[in-house]
Design a protein around this ligand. Structure first.
Ligand code: PLP
Length: 443
């Protein structure tokens, strides 16, 4: 008999320390339970079922504050496509961030939460007439222009004085392997042509430039190169058209870690370096230093999110590796299938001293792409009925969840100070049928 078996309390302390990819409030409790926001996850699973998304409010607010400390008030916007609910929009508004929305739907949710319209920016490479109409009606703070054709549309339909940013593509290095499709290329002359068109439109007020250098970017130099190219362009446009744009948005794309050892963007150092480059290049061109803004999505909410699953079956693949199938999968965790993200995950709700073995966590969708975590170490005694918590699921999980296999989407619960608050309830089979309006017998 091992010491851990004789002294059950010791088992808890034998759990490996949590990697820095879990919410800031996460900690092990008694009997192998994991606590987030002061709430035991075993109890959450018993009360709300699984799969279930949790969002640690404190963690989200901490990331908002870290960004404001690094870039200054009014210089940080949260990009809603990572995750948006009314509750989350309220936290973001209370913390003093602005909001980037990419559709009339995101705008509607933000406005329903009372997000001030003048602090919202509408962006998108293919805005629909509905997106624009909703933005005009709300009086959003700015619209990002992302194609030449859009300028004519905006000039004909926008309210007089509509503030716009121009999305440009600066440093294009094929070696980056980044698909930079959205925006107007500086190198091709498209961005200059767009500026000429915008300044000729009395209804449009060009207040800034906007760019985006990719996703999960951890190296500062990608942003630095972009800033150099874009500021050179701004100086040329100032000389040619007298434009004095005040905002320079460097987008988001800041890397977050999904499991220990993954690179992430060091925020304070990044902000310092980028501000230094901004000052230097602006001085070189004798330009007034524009206001540097950022619009992260993932980096604000990713780490705050945890998904709970029950294990449904445990088998082995042809190499003898454990295959743990859970009651969710690619419908609620698209990052595994779409981006190959390797989330950290732990067994929750019972102590174990079993050794950890390489395991693959798969979903319930009868699809070879249905992988939640391709490989991670889990206790060898994992069995059906066990509870599994997956870290780093705050961004692009709920917002990208689907009904593939007509599986209902999980609820999203906020946790804070020992309390649970439902942000989005679980989808019911009735919800699915409500959209299926075909009545039997009707042609
Ligand atoms: C314009 C813009 N800004 C910011 C983001 C946020 O990216 P991330 O969630 O990687 O920070 C996106 C995402 O595509 C984007 O299109």
């Amino acid at each position: 008999m091992t010491l851990a078996e004789i002294l059950p309390s010791l088992r808890t302390s034998l759990r490996a320390p949590l990697e820095e990819v879990w919410p800031a409030t996460a900690s092990w409790g008694a009997h192998g339970d994991l606590f987030v926001g002061g709430v035991g996850l075993a109890e959450v699973a018993a009360r709300y079922g699984t799969p279930t998304y949790l969002l640690d409010e404190t963690d989200v607010r901490t990331h908002c504050r870290d960004y404001l400390a690094a870039f200054g008030r009014d210089n940080v916007a949260y990009t809603a496509k990572a995750l948006l609910t009314r509750g989350l929009a309220r936290w973001v508004a209370e913390e003093g961030l602005r909001l980037y929305v990419g559709s009339a739907g995101e705008l509607r949710v933000a406005l329903a939460a009372g997000f001030p319209a003048d602090r919202i920016v509408l962006y998108g490479s293919a805005k629909t007439p509905e997106d624009l109409t909703a933005a005009y009606a709300a009086g959003v703070g700015a619209i990002v222009v992302e194609s030449i054709g859009e300028i004519t549309r905006l000039a004909a339909t926008a309210p007089p004085g509509q503030r716009v940013l121009l999305r440009v593509i600066g440093a294009t290095d094929p070696a980056d392997g980044v698909d930079r499709r959205f925006g107007l290329r500086i190198a091709s002359g498209d961005a200059a042509a767009a500026v000429a068109r915008i300044v000729a439109q009395p209804r449009l007020n060009l207040v800034g430039l906007d760019c985006s250098v990719g996703h999960q970017v951890s190296r500062f130099n990608r942003y630095e190169h972009e800033l150099h190219v874009v500021l050179d362009f701004l100086a040329a446009m100032r000389a040619r058209h007298g434009v004095s744009t005040t905002e320079m948005n460097l987008g988001g794309g800041h890397a977050v870690a999904y499991s220990g050892g993954d690179p992430s963007l060091a925020l304070a150092a990044f902000a310092g370096r980028i501000r230094g480059v901004l000052r230097l290049v602006a001085e070189r061109h004798d330009l007034p230093v524009p206001r540097l803004t950022v619009s992260p999505g993932r980096a604000i909410v990713s780490r705050a999110g945890v998904t709970l699953y029950h294990v449904v079956s445990v088998t082995r693949d042809q190499e003898g590796r454990g295959l743990v199938a859970v009651d969710g999968g690619m419908t609620d965790c698209p990052s595994g299938a779409l981006c190959g993200a390797r989330h950290s995950a732990v067994l929750v709700g019972r102590p174990t001293s079993a050794p950890s073995v390489p395991t693959c966590v798969v979903g319930r969708h009868n699809d070879v792409d249905d992988v939640v975590v391709p490989t991670l170490a889990l206790p060898s005694d994992i069995r059906p009925g066990d509870l599994l918590a997956v870290a780093g699921t705050g961004a692009y999980h709920h917002s990208r969840a689907s009904n593939y296999h007509l599986v209902s989407r999980p609820p999203l619960l906020a946790v804070r100070d020992g309390r649970v608050n439902t942000l989005v309830r679980r989808e019911s089979p009735e919800d699915l049928l409500r959209r299926d309006v075909d009545e039997p017998g009707q042609s």
